[in-house]
Design a protein. Structure first.
Lengths: 161, 305
């Protein structure tokens, strides 16, 4: 019985993709017994627990941002705060383009960063990748993994090296 | 009139389903929810702020965005009051303040809703306009009503306020009324007298025997203020003197006389004045009390040698 209790049911979205829970600030997965109790991360206390498909969710200490369908920044992870030099408290409600821009200006329309973000924020977009750069910085590029997250519906943008 | 439900840290934490430590971490990082302090210096959260945050957290993607939404929900009181005063609806203005008081203390309702609303109307119409005068009269009347409902003085503390504001609507006059209200609510006996009148002043001063004198407002010229202050000093002896909303005086202290310059906000000024009086009572004769200045929401005291 003890072993059975330790088993964690796999959560899936409407398309059958496995969902992973993580804190929107520190990125740490919530403790098993804390999942149902509170949306606030029991590890850092500074983020809300979100869910995303396993192939999009941040791994380890990957920096990430959460963006809503109006392309406003809703959350900035602690690692992304450090990487981009912004405080989440100042970044929230600002347009994502104030912080990140597509690095490849010649990308076809379907791969346009903002289009990908809007699709992901609507919950319908499949996980995609894009190349982005911090605003007003040149010569620095990141690969971004973009996919849906929530609740409520939003886009998750994970920066990878 | 002033019903506001407050929660202890443990109660607020339980309502939000977080630990008290998390709540204090939010206060440091986000400045919200912003507690008041009880007489024993314990945190007291307003139920409205906590409830607004709880609702916002359910729909939020981060604590920051939830705090932003909760703040937005609370700021609707200011919009309502501005709207009511702009359309000359006094009952609706009273209701807006009632709604504000359900979520905040009297002090915060005045500083976060009433005074900002008047500022907004002043910027919109100008302070020499009829709409602003209408709003200012309502605000003055509201503050006086609140003063009448303040608990009777319980502190052995009397404050004499030399009112140097204009008789006509004056933004400083509202701040001075708010300052008197806050001092009264903290248990002090407060008497405001116009600095223009010096006849019979010594009788009033002797009867009140004030512990501190505040010269408030910048309309009356310095010469008249100086005469009034001299008469007060002659009648009551050396007392801590402070300036509130007196133009041309910046910094913590006037060099020549040691007169303290209080913060521009009524709440900050009232806290500083109480600290000055408490320091003076705690000091030995001739010892200089530490100056109290305000940086944002934090009071900073100069270290004593």
């Amino acid at each position: 019985m003890r072993r059975l209790r330790a088993v964690r049911p796999v959560e899936v979205d409407e398309r059958g993709l496995e969902l992973v829970s993580f804190c929107g600030h520190c990125g740490v997965a919530p403790a098993q017994d804390a999942v149902q109790q509170s949306r606030v991360c029991g590890h850092c206390g500074l983020g809300l627990v979100l869910q995303a498909p396993a192939d999009v969710a941040p791994r380890g200490d990957e920096p990430f941002l959460v963006i809503d369908s109006t392309l406003s920044v809703c959350a900035v992870s602690a690692q992304a705060e450090e990487l981009l030099g912004v405080d989440e408290t100042e970044a929230v409600n600002q347009h994502v383009a104030d912080f990140l821009l597509p690095a490849d200006a010649n990308a076809p329309c379907a791969d346009n960063l903002l289009v990908l973000l809007v699709e992901a924020a609507s919950g319908s977009g499949a996980p995609r990748t894009a190349i982005v750069r911090p605003r007003q910085e040149f010569g620095v590029r990141f690969r971004a993994r973009i996919g849906p997250c929530g609740p409520p519906h939003a886009a998750l943008l994970v920066l990878t090296s | 009139m002033f019903s506001m439900r407050t929660l202890k840290t443990s109660e607020a934490a339980a309502l939000l389903n977080v630990s008290p430590n998390t709540l204090r971490a939010w206060e440091r990082r986000f400045g919200y929810p912003k507690p008041q302090r009880s007489a024993g210096r314990h945190r007291l959260y307003t139920h409205g702020e906590v409830a607004a945050l709880r609702d916002a957290l359910q729909q939020g993607l981060s604590i920051s965005s939830a705090v932003s939404r909760a703040r937005e929900a609370l700021s609707t009181d200011t919009h309502t009051l501005v709207g009511a005063l702009a359309s000359f609806e006094l009952d609706r203005a009273d209701s807006a303040m009632e709604a504000a008081l359900a979520l905040r203390s009297v002090e915060r309702s005045v500083e976060e809703v009433l005074l900002p609303s008047l500022d907004e109307l002043g910027q919109r119409h100008g302070i020499d306009s009829a709409p602003w005068a209408f709003a200012a009269r309502w605000a003055d009347s509201w503050l006086r009503r609140a003063q009448r409902l303040a608990p009777p003085p319980v502190r052995p503390l009397a404050i004499l306020v030399g009112d140097a504001t204009r008789n006509e609507p004056d933004p400083d006059a509202l701040a001075v009324r708010a300052f008197e209200l806050f001092c009264g609510r903290s248990g002090a006996r407060v008497m405001a007298l116009p600095v223009a009148g010096v006849a019979g002043l010594s009788d009033v001063v002797e009867s009140l025997s004030p512990d501190a004198v505040v010269i408030a407002g910048s309309h009356v010229p310095d010469d008249d203020v100086a005469l009034w202050a001299y008469r007060v000093r002659t009648a009551a002896g050396p007392l801590p003197m402070a300036l509130f909303r007196r133009a041309h005086h910046h910094g913590a202290m006037v060099r020549t006389t040691g007169t303290r310059v209080l913060a521009d906000t009524p709440f900050g000024a009232h806290r500083q004045l109480l600290a000055i009086v408490d320091d003076r009572r705690g000091d030995r004769f001739g010892e200089v009390a530490p100056a109290v200045t305000r940086v944002g929401d934090v009071e900073v005291r100069e270290a004593q040698a």
